[in-house]
Design a protein around this ligand. Structure first.
Ligand code: F6R
Length: 341
């Protein structure tokens, strides 16, 4: 279970985002789970598969992007009802669902159980807690919006995955300190969150990530959707250079604002693609923005930008006069689907 700072208000997205760094260090890891994962590492396994939807899927994307280079075995992300055939009993399946009741995650998890895969779950309750408590299970505190629980989920899943693949542990305390320091300097190394949000009032953001910034671009898109209740898109380089750039033609380009997310150590090929794409967009009057992450390690860079963009989405929600916390339409959709059985 996790301990939260007393100043964090669960019913206020701004407060939750402000406490992003605190959440990274508020989880008490269960040593039994870590021991189980050490066993998986020693005995071997076929691959690692993350299950999860929406806010609960983001953590798998970040972890797999971070550890993919060190992992000798495949890491797969499933955001759907069914598992591919290659996920067998030799695979480790990590199911992430904040509520523990998400239909797609439950369905894929059931399949993994039927196949005899090695299951680990992380949840705050629901059916996953009830049905899968005989497997290693990390229980996290109830009462948050799943997307706001991202740092909490990450601080639980990262050490689990690092143990499984035999990678060095990330020092969460240090990381949290760096995020606090970086957030105190918003407005210096990066635009103030409100001034970037202002640009998104009239134009639809298109977040473009490359290499390990790809999940950051996707997270930014989903945070703008869910917190600010407006349309945003996420895309990636090099793929966008082969299709998306053709999409902005007369009258369309004025609706969008490309936001390039950079970590600063991009390969030469990626840097060149970013530069050329940026100039092509400038030439057609799209006024692209370029954001460069702060930090030394990939995880620090991913999270300084994620924390910042989370706050941009909260600023945008306030400017648009919407409640950043509520997700009425997602809730309504889940209700209607539940009624259909
Ligand atoms: C709500 C949110 C959603 C949920 C998604 C899956 O804050 O972020 O995207 O994460 O509907 O639900 P959970 O996370 O409970 O499995």
């Amino acid at each position: 279970m996790s301990k939260f700072p007393v100043t964090m208000k669960l019913d206020d997205m701004r407060s939750l985002v402000s406490h992003f760094p605190d959440m990274l260090r508020s989880i008490d890891l269960d040593h039994n789970i870590i021991d189980e994962c050490k066993g998986y590492h020693e005995r071997g396994y076929g691959g690692l598969c993350f299950l999860g939807m929406g806010g609960s899927s983001i953590v798998g994307l970040y972890v797999s992007e971070l550890l993919r280079r060190d992992s000798l075995l495949p890491i797969s992300i499933i955001k759907d009802y069914t598992l591919p055939r290659f996920v067998t009993k030799d695979w480790i399946v990590i199911a992430v669902s904040y509520s523990g009741n998400t239909a797609e995650t439950l369905s894929a998890l059931k399949e993994a159980d039927e196949r005899g895969s090695k299951i680990i779950t992380i949840t705050s309750g629901g059916q996953i807690q009830e049905t899968y408590s005989h497997y290693p299970q990390l229980l996290i505190r109830k009462g948050l919006q799943p997307r706001a629980a991202f740092p909490l989920l990450l601080s639980g899943i990262l050490p689990i995955t690092e143990t499984i693949i035999g990678a060095e542990y990330t020092k969460m305390d240090k990381l949290a300190e760096s995020l606090v320091a970086a957030s105190k300097k918003w407005g210096e190394w990066i635009h103030r969150p409100d001034s970037l949000a202002c640009k998104f009032l009239k134009r639809i953001p298109l977040f473009i990530g490359a290499e390990y910034m790809k999940p950051v671009a996707y997270r930014a898109k989903t945070q703008v959707n869910e917190n600010a209740k407006t349309i945003a898109f996420g895309s990636e380089i090099p793929e966008a250079a082969h299709n998306e750039i053709e999409g902005f033609q007369e009258n369309q380009q004025a609706a969008f604002i490309p936001v390039f997310l950079k970590h600063g150590d991009e390969s030469k090929q990626i840097q060149q693609k970013q530069d050329v794409m940026q100039s092509l967009y400038e030439e057609i009057g799209m006024n692209p923005v370029s954001l460069r992450a702060l930090g030394k390690s990939p995880i620090e860079k991913m999270l300084t930008l994620t924390h910042y963009l989370d706050m941009v989405s909260v600023e945008l929600a306030e400017m648009r006069g919407v409640d950043a916390l509520a997700v009425n339409r997602i809730t309504e959709l889940k209700k209607r689907l539940a009624k259909r059985g």
